[in-house]
Structure formats: C-alpha cells, structure tokens
Design a binder for this molecule. Sequence first.
Ligand SMILES: [Zn+2]
Length: 90
Amino acid sequence: MVEPAVADTPSADEEPPEEDTDAADLLVVADLVAEVRVLDERPRYHLSSCSWLAGRPTLGLPVQEARQLQFTPCALCTPDAVLVRRSRTG
Ligand SMILES: [Zn+2]
C-alpha cells in the first residue's frame, strides 16, 4: 500500500468533540428514529453528511438507539440540534 502524500485531515484519528446538547433537545432526541451514522469502536454518532466521516465505513441506526447504546453526538455535525430542528419543522 502507498500512503497518500498529504492527508488534509490532521485529526483523522482523533475523535471530534462532543456536541453540547440542550436538555430539552435531549428529550426530543430520545424519541426520534431518524438515522445517524456510527463507526465501529468510536463513541460519537454523526449525520451522514459529516465531513469527519469522509471515506470511513459507517453503520446506520436510529438516533434513539445510538443514545441507548451510549453513543454521544459529534460537535462537528451536531446531529442532535439538526435532527430536533428537522423534527420540529416537519
Ligand atoms: Zn460528525
């Protein structure tokens, strides 16, 4: 295998920070079945559009299940805020 010359992802092997979810949003998230993406053996869950996921193999699962499995939201793509907003606007 040949490594790419320069990877434009300095923190590729670091976990993104955790989203600081509003307490009210947390209650909503617990009832949402919108899909989020997780990586094997990583603590964060993400939106499928998250740039941190680029090129990585991910698994999809409902956000309420991700919460139950102790995953925490990514601060880069803020899945909780986005999904709660999406659920409120229908
Ligand atoms: Zn993310």
